[in-house]
Design a protein around this ligand. Structure first.
Ligand code: ADP
Length: 456
């Protein structure tokens, strides 16, 4: 159940990250698009404006022979002499000066650029008759095409309309006035998207590449995670099956030993002694199977129990082990009444573990002190040895599953790193605490504290 939540959460987070990355890339590309659009708009405005300028200039200066013109003031009147080098209907002789008179009111030089004014005059008086039907827009477009050697402006076209506003598709420049045709004109770039897309191609490729790479990495991680979870589930299933398989014969042997123990035929003291050893070792084997194969937190059944009593039983069961190692084990007790609300079999397992470790991690003949203390509201049990000790860095880690202090264990000390994690689990289940005081070469003291059961 937890595994499926883990994988769903991982998948959700990965998908969310991919969506967020996609949004981020979209915003970045959108911004780039807007910048390019603005640049292109500036360019199209500039192209139209500068080309109109060029065409107007060439129109004016092509038709002015000299001067280019003279302005004379005569009271309220302002006369402008323009020399036109082409014959037209207004001047009979070729090359003659064409004198055009204008009153000051006509020439609002401030409001209107003089270039426009002269172009208009020239067009009215001279050019229009020469080049009937010619529009400035046509000349501008031709000028743009001529100057376009690289095909940069191939998609540009010029559009004209009569006054007012008009609705046009594509990208359109700011409108300008066509003085010859008396119309509005603008430069249009119909397929501007294709040009911007072309410019943005490297950005698009990079964004796509990044998205695909991140997606592939996520997919790879997710696939591995799924495989890991599937393997874990398989292992859990295997463990629970094997636990069941192992427990059945242990229970059967236990019952058989119990019957033998009760049998009146078994008189020999030595045989009884061996039988007790068998029973004690079987109990240990049972706990070991439970601990090693049971992945779940220990299931506890609370009942009133005396820690001192459990300790005596464990000491009794371990007597053979103590003797074989020539261990000196001392039990001291302070106060009275070590009754707690706990699970007898798990508490037995806890004491087995602590005492076994005290033996395992002591060199020579082990000396072990067990102290039982009853305070106001708690029962404390401390197991002290004078063994190899544990570096401070590992004081927390030793309670993690499968952890063994590196380089500390002699090769003949067997273990799986499961004992203390089991002890910590059981203590936690009993609302107790576990402390370790230890230093390399000085030995270790493991203290367990449980809430005492108040007997009325
Ligand atoms: P193991 O099966 O390895 O003994 P435990 O969980 O019981 O696993 O202990 C974890 C580790 O803590 C051990 O491998 C050992 O390094 C260290 N340790 C436990 N008890 C003692 C002790 N009394 N003295 C020194 N080191 C100890």
């Amino acid at each position: 159940m937890r595994h499926s939540i883990d994988i769903s959460l991982a998948r959700f987070l990965m998908i969310l990250s991919m969506v967020l990355l996609g949004i981020l890339e979209y915003l970045w590309l959108h911004n780039e698009f807007k910048n390019k659009y603005r640049d292109m708009e500036d360019k199209i405005n500039h192209v139209l404006f500068s080309n109109i300028r060029d065409v107007e200039d060439s129109l004016i200066f092509n038709r002015l022979a000299a001067g280019p013109f003279k302005v004379a003031r005569d009271g309220e009147e302002l006369s402008v002499n323009i020399l036109v080098d082409k014959p037209d209907s207004m001047s009979a002789d070729p090359g003659c000066a064409y004198k055009h008179k204008m009153v000051r009111a006509d020439i609002n030089l401030k409001a209107r650029h003089p270039r426009g004014f002269f172009l208009e005059r020239l067009a009215m008086d001279s050019m229009r008759r020469d080049t009937t039907g010619v529009e400035l827009s046509t000349l501008v477009m031709r000028h743009i095409r001529m100057a376009d050697s690289t095909g940069e402006f191939a998609g540009y076209s010029i559009i004209t309309w009569d006054g007012g506003d008009t609705m046009l598709g594509g990208m359109v420049s700011k409108p300008q006035f066509d003085m010859l045709a008396g119309k509005q004109m603008a430069l249009r770039h119909q397929n501007y998207q294709a040009d911007i897309f072309h410019d943005l191609l490297p950005h698009l490729s990079f964004a796509l590449f990044l998205w695909v790479m991140v997606g592939a990495a996520f997919y790879y991680i997710w696939k591995n995670l799924r495989r890991q979870i599937r393997l874990n589930a398989l292992r859990d299933e295997f463990v629970s099956n094997i636990t069941h398989e192992l427990k059945t014969p242990i229970t059967t042997v236990g019952v058989a030993l119990e019957s033998l123990h009760l049998s009146p035929d078994l008189q020999h003291t030595q045989s009884r002694r061996y039988l007790e050893i068998c029973q004690s070792e079987l109990r240990r084997l049972s706990l070991l199977v439970e601990r090693i194969l049971n992945n779940r937190a220990p299931q506890v059944q609370y009942a009133k129990m005396d820690v001192r009593q459990v300790l005596d039983e464990v000491m009794q069961s371990m007597k053979v082990q103590f003797d074989s190692r020539h261990a000196r084990v001392q039990v001291e007790q302070e106060g009275d009444g070590f009754v707690i609300n706990g699970d007898r079999s798990h508490m037995t397992g806890v004491l087995f573990n602590l005492l076994e470790n005290a033996l395992k991690y002591s060199q020579g003949d082990p000396v072990i002190h067990i102290r039982l203390r009853r305070d106001n509201g708690s029962v404390t049990l401390a197991v002290e040895d004078h063994g190899v000790g544990i570096e401070e860095d590992y004081h927390d880690k030793i309670f993690e599953k499968l952890f063994r202090v590196p380089n500390q264990n002699r090769h003949d000390v067997k273990g799986h790193g499961l004992g203390l994690s089991y002890v910590a689990d059981v203590v936690r289940k009993h609302q107790g605490t576990i402390d370790v005081v230890s230093a390399p070469g000085k030995g270790s003291t493991f203290s367990l504290t449980f809430p005492a059961l108040h007997e009325n």
